[in-house]
Design a protein around this ligand. Structure first.
Ligand SMILES: Nc1nc2c(c(=O)[nH]1)N[C@H]1C(S)=C(S)[C@@H](COP(=O)(O)O)O[C@H]1N2
Ligand SMILES: [Mo]
Length: 427
C-alpha cells in the first residue's frame, strides 16, 4: 500500500524495525503467565502473540516479549479481532447442542461465539439473497418478505435471554455451571416486531395460533398463541451488533422473549395463521413435562425464575477470606426483583445486590460479599421475580413434578464448599 497513514509510518520508521527482517518464522515459547484470576500458570505462547514484524527470532523470543512488552512495537491493527490468546472460554459441544461457559463470563451479555446452540438438524447454509419469509393462512393479504424487506421496517433492539427448557443436568459432584445449566445465553437482538408484520398482512381476528417453521433439515415447527405475536415477538436479524450467527438462525429467527428456547424458531421461513394449534412433534412427543397425579403438561411456554452462583463454583479452588459470590438470575415472567443468598446450607438467607439496570426477561447479575472462614458449608442462591414466584428447591420441585428432572426444571443449585476449599455440586 502506497498511502500509509502517519501512524503506520511511525511504526516502520522506528529504528528497531531494521533488526527485524521480514518474512521469517516466529517461535512459540513456554512461559509463566498470570491468568485473569491471578494464578501463575505455565502457558504455551502461540505464534500469534509475536508481532508479524518480529522475525529475527534469535535476538528476541516470544518469552522476551511477554517479559517486557515495551521492547518493540506490537502487532498492528487487523480486519477482525480475536480474544486474547491467554483467555480460552469454550462451549461444550455434543452432536446436537453446545453449552455456554457461564462460569467464565462477566456481566450478562454472552459473546456471540459462546451462545449456546441446540440444533435438531444441523446448521443450514442460507443465502441471504435467496432468503424468504412467507406469512399466510388466516390473513387478509398473504405476503413473502425478503431479508431486505424485513430490514426496511421500523427496527427494534432488546436484550433478553434464550434458554432451552431442557436446561437441567445433575448426577455427579464434579459439575460446572456450564454443565448444569449452560443452555441459557443472552444477546442484544435487533429486528422487526412480529406485530409490525402481522399488521402488514392483516391477521384476521379469528386467528388465535400461528405455526412457525424453520428452513433447516429438521424443518422444525411450533404452534404459538397469536397473543405472543402481538405482544413482544420479534423477527431478529442481528445479534450483539452484527448479523445473527449461523448457529443462532442466520439470516433471521423468531425470538420469543422469556419463552422456552424451542419456540424461538431459527432460520425462520414460514408463519401460518390458524384458529387452533398444529400439534407438531415438538409440542406433543417433546417439550411436555409431568406434573402431580400422572398428568402431562403441554404448551408450558414461559421459563420460570432461576439463578445460579457462577463464582465460586466447581472447579474453583476457594481461598479463605473475602469472597465476592457472583451469579446470574433470570425469569421469563418479567423482571427479577430479588436474589437471596444462603451461606449456611439454607438456614438463613440475605439479599444479594442486583446489578442495574434490571431488564425484563433478561439475565441479571448479582453479587454478595462473603467472608469464608474455612469451615465446610453449602452456598446457594434463590431468585424471586416480579410475579412473586420463588425459585424452588430440588426437593420441592421434584415432589411437585414427581420426577427428577425433565423440561422446565429450575431448582436451586447448591455448592458444597469443603474445608480444603474444593467446591462441588451439592445434593
Ligand atoms: N429451525 C430450528 N429452530 C430451532 C431449533 C432447531 O433445531 N431448528 N432448536 C430450538 C431449540 S430446542 C432451542 S433451545 C433454541 C436454541 O437457540 P440457539 O441455538 O440460538 O441457542 O432454538 C430453537 N429453534
Ligand atoms: Mo431447546
Amino acid at each position: 500500500m502506497k498511502e500509509e497513514n502517519s501512524e503506520n509510518k511511525l511504526f516502520t520508521d522506528r529504528k528497531i524495525s531494521r533488526r527485524l527482517l521480514l518474512g521469517g518464522a516466529a517461535t512459540a515459547a513456554v512461559v509463566l503467565v498470570q491468568t485473569s484470576v491471578g494464578k501463575m500458570v505455565q502457558a504455551a505462547v502461540p505464534e500469534s502473540v509475536v508481532p508479524p514484524l518480529l522475525t529475527d527470532s534469535t535476538s528476541l523470543t516470544a518469552a522476551d516479549l511477554i517479559a517486557d512488552p515495551t521492547r518493540i512495537p506490537g502487532r498492528g491493527p487487523s480486519v477482525s479481532g480475536m480474544p486474547s490468546s491467554f483467555e480460552n472460554p469454550q462451549r461444550i459441544p455434543s452432536l446436537t447442542s453446545s453449552r455456554t461457559p457461564l462460569q467464565d463470563l462477566y456481566g450478562t451479555i454472552t459473546p456471540s461465539a459462546l451462545h449456546f446452540e441446540r440444533h435438531h438438524g444441523g446448521i443450514p447454509v442460507i443465502d441471504p439473497q435467496k432468503y424468504e419469509l412467507v406469512i399466510h393462512g388466516m390473513v387478509d393479504k398473504p405476503l413473502v418478505f425478503s431479508l431486505a424487506d424485513l430490514k426496511r421496517f421500523p427496527s427494534v433492539t432488546r436484550t433478553c435471554f434464550i434458554e432451552c427448557s431442557g436446561n437441567f443436568r445433575s448426577g455427579k459432584e464434579e459439575m460446572s455451571p456450564q454443565e448444569i445449566c449452560g443452555l441459557t445465553s443472552q444477546s442484544e437482538w435487533t429486528g422487526v416486531m412480529l406485530s409490525t408484520l402481522f399488521r402488514e398482512v392483516g391477521v384476521r381476528e379469528k386467528a388465535s395460533w400461528f405455526l412457525a417453521e424453520g428452513g433447516d433439515a429438521a424443518v422444525m415447527t411450533r404452534s404459538i398463541p397469536v397473543s405472543k405475536g402481538w405482544d413482544d415477538a420479534m423477527i431478529a436479524y442481528a445479534q450483539n451488533g452484527e448479523a445473527v450467527r449461523p448457529e443462532q438462525g442466520y439470516p433471521a429467527r423468531l425470538l420469543l422473549p422469556g419463552w422456552e428456547g424451542n419456540t424461538s424458531v431459527k432460520w425462520l421461513r414460514r408463519i401460518e395463521l390458524s384458529d387452533q394449534p398444529y400439534m407438531t412433534r415438538e409440542e406433543t412427543s417433546k417439550y411436555t413435562e409431568t406434573v402431580k397425579g400422572g398428568k402431562i403438561r403441554q404448551f408450558s411456554f414461559v421459563m420460570d425464575a432461576r439463578s445460579i452462583i457462577t463464582f465460586p463454583s466447581f472447579p474453583v479452588q476457594l481461598e479463605r477470606g473475602y469472597v465476592e459470590i457472583r451469579g446470574i438470575a433470570w425469569t421469563g415472567r418479567g423482571k427479577i426483583v430479588k436474589v437471596e443468598i444462603s451461606v449456611d446450607a439454607g438456614r438463613s438467607w440475605a439479599p444479594a445486590e442486583l446489578q442495574g439496570p434490571v431488564l425484563d426477561k433478561a439475565h441479571t447479575a448479582f453479587r454478595y460479599l462473603w467472608k469464608w472462614e474455612g469451615r465446610e458449608t453449602e452456598i446457594m442462591s434463590r431468585a424471586v421475580d416480579e410475579t412473586g414466584y420463588v425459585q424452588p428447591s430440588y426437593q420441592e420441585l421434584s415432589a411437585a413434578r414427581e420426577s427428577k428432572g425433565g423440561y422446565h426444571f429450575n431448582p436451586i443449585t447448591k455448592w458444597r464448599v469443603e474445608r480444603s476449599g474444593k467446591v462441588l455440586l451439592g445434593a
